[in-house]
Design a protein around this ligand. Structure first.
Ligand code: TRP
Ligand code: SF4
Length: 493
């Protein structure tokens, strides 16, 4: 029921932030099933502590950060502490260039049957983004479907993504089992992680000569690590299909293998022997055979044995390979998000009615917090309580640190039955109201200026699109080579 409720609110995919409880393993072995690839799939996790202080070294580009949320309605304080607070911090750190979006296509993966609310919900989320402190002058804030390059990249990535990788995503299987009120047996829902991968890696920075390539981070909680891992695997596989082999590799391999041909695998030896045979027939034939048959055969051999394995086994071979690597493998940026349970102690979720939105009035806040769940063992005013199992205390820890002595007052008073839950809640509500007031004020300001909000969406989407176009240009060329082909044809008299 718990999972179901979460999925309900979030639109049913279970791939968003903290929707389904962590299923245990953070390193999903299914994502590294490519031939002999396991060794290379080690997790590269960037801790914020390390990255937060990154100074811009000479010639080093700013790292990029990408994240998004589905437009499911107004955001609540759970969303704020689960993601937005961190997004704002990253945006204000000069080490990062941030791209934050509203994933309206993702809303369709589960809600295709009723799309009527998506446009308004997109406006709501944008309004909440602005209220929470996202700043279009510091971040690129945009709407996914206004950047169609996400979809084009999704299509290309879908070609290399094995069905088994998608089918085995733990949250996918869970959602299929749990969600009964909506039809999830469709292609779009299965491909959700692939679209999510496109969303991220469409903002891959280009490789620039002499410069370190900018990293690409996705700020997520521990339960989302496996999705970013899957993105890495998809990108690795995609980049891995795009290399070309220069014919000169043939002579290099023959030269290296001359001393100990038995060191080469049988397939490779056969290819090289064929070249030697042709060579014996005359120089012209041998020059040709490298590019017409040997190089393509070697390329196929490399693909079958795994590019990384091949390069490990044959040092120096990489200088005969052209690897455009148009996409960057994204990395997880683990964020420690504070625990903020809902009013009833369960996970905060709109569908449970246990949330406080960023636009809640003082009266609503007071009314809702008055009936908030406390330490269930504290039945009477005279019973001592335990703040560590009390949701009210969790909230105090978020909203009360600015008030000297308040947290001590709670702990001391609660454990000795010196204070009652009513006064404890009321003190918490005071601080929550103080905390929310400026955000709510911003929210109201933007609510009254929907045209301004729309302008920010449109403007941000244009900026995002400029970057996305650069990436898709590189990807198209790496896949089809049309620029090269056109040049060839232009010189064709
Ligand atoms: N799955 C996220 C959610 O449900 C939205 C999302 C789509 C996303 N693509 C993404 C998040 C890429 C981070 C990166 O809210
Ligand atoms: Fe919770 Fe405060 Fe009551 Fe203790 S006194 S149980 S912390 S509400």
């Amino acid at each position: 029921m718990r999972v179901l409720g979460d999925l309900d609110e979030q639109g049913g995919d279970g791939l968003g932030t903290e929707k389904i409880p962590n299923t245990g393993s953070t390193r999903n072995p299914i994502f590294c099933q490519g031939k002999g690839r396991n060794v290379y799939s080690e997790r590269r996790v960037q801790r914020e502590e390390e990255s937060g202080l990154t100074t811009e070294a000479e010639g080093k580009k700013r790292s990029r950060v990408v994240s998004g949320m589905r437009p499911t309605g107004r955001l609540h304080i759970g969303h704020y502490f689960g993601a937005l607070e961190n997004w704002v911090r990253l945006q204000n750190d000069p080490a990062y260039e941030c791209f934050y979006f509203i994933a309206d296509w993702h809303a369709l993966t589960s809600d295709y049957a009723d799309t009527s609310g998506i446009a308004q919900n997109t406006m709501e989320i944008m309004t909440d983004y602005l209220a929470a402190g996202l700043d279009p002058a510091r971040s690129v804030i945009f709407q996914q479907s206004l950047v169609p390059e996400h979809a084009e990249l999704h299509l290309l990535l879908s070609m290399v993504t094995p069905l088994s990788w998608l089918e085995r995503v733990p949250t996918y299987k869970e959602a299929l089992e749990q969600v009964k009120n909506r039809d999830l047996h469709n292609y779009g829902f299965l491909g959700y992680p692939c679209l999510q991968t496109a969303d991220i890696v469409i903002y891959s920075a280009p490789a620039e000569a002499g410069k370190e390539r900018a990293q690409l981070y996705v700020p997520v909680g521990e339960d989302q690590v496996s999705h970013v891992e899957l993105s890495r695997e998809i990108v690795r596989r995609f980049n891995g299909t795009l290399f070309t082999v220069r014919p000169e590799i043939v002579d290099y391999l023959i030269g290296r293998g001359a001393a100990q041909p038995e060191k080469y695998p049988a397939e490779l030896r056969l290819i090289l022997e064929d070249v030697s045979k042709v060579r014996k027939q005359g120089a012209d034939a041998s020059k040709d055979v490298r590019s017409t048959s040997a190089a393509p055969a070697i390329r196929q051999f490399i693909q079958e044995s795994g590019l990384v394995n091949f390069l490990d086994a044959i040092p120096g071979a990489n200088s005969f390979l052209d690897m455009p690597d148009p996409l960057v493998e994204p990395q997880v940026m683990l964020t420690n998000t504070p625990r903020i349970p809902g009013l009833d102690g369960r996970k905060m979720s709109k569908s449970y009615g246990n949330a406080i939105t960023l636009s809640e009035t003082d009266e609503e806040i007071r009314k809702k917090t008055k009936v908030m769940v406390t330490d269930p063992a504290r039945k009477r005013r005279t019973d001592p309580g335990n703040p560590d199992v009390c949701p009210v205390y969790d909230w105090h820890r978020l909203f009360s640190p600015g008030e000297p002595g308040r947290l001590e007052w709670v702990r001391q008073g609660c454990t000795t039955a010196g204070i009652g839950c009513i006064e404890c809640k009321s003190a918490m509500a005071d601080n929550l109201i103080k905390w929310i007031a400026p955000k709510r004020e911003q929210r109201i300001k933007w609510e009254n200026d929907p045209k301004g909000v729309l302008e920010i969406i449109d403007d941000g989407s244009k900026r995002a699109r400029l970057e996305a176009k650069k990436t898709i240009g590189r990807v198209r060329e790496a896949v089809f080579g049309w620029e090269k082909k056109r040049k060839e044809l232009a010189s064709w008299a």
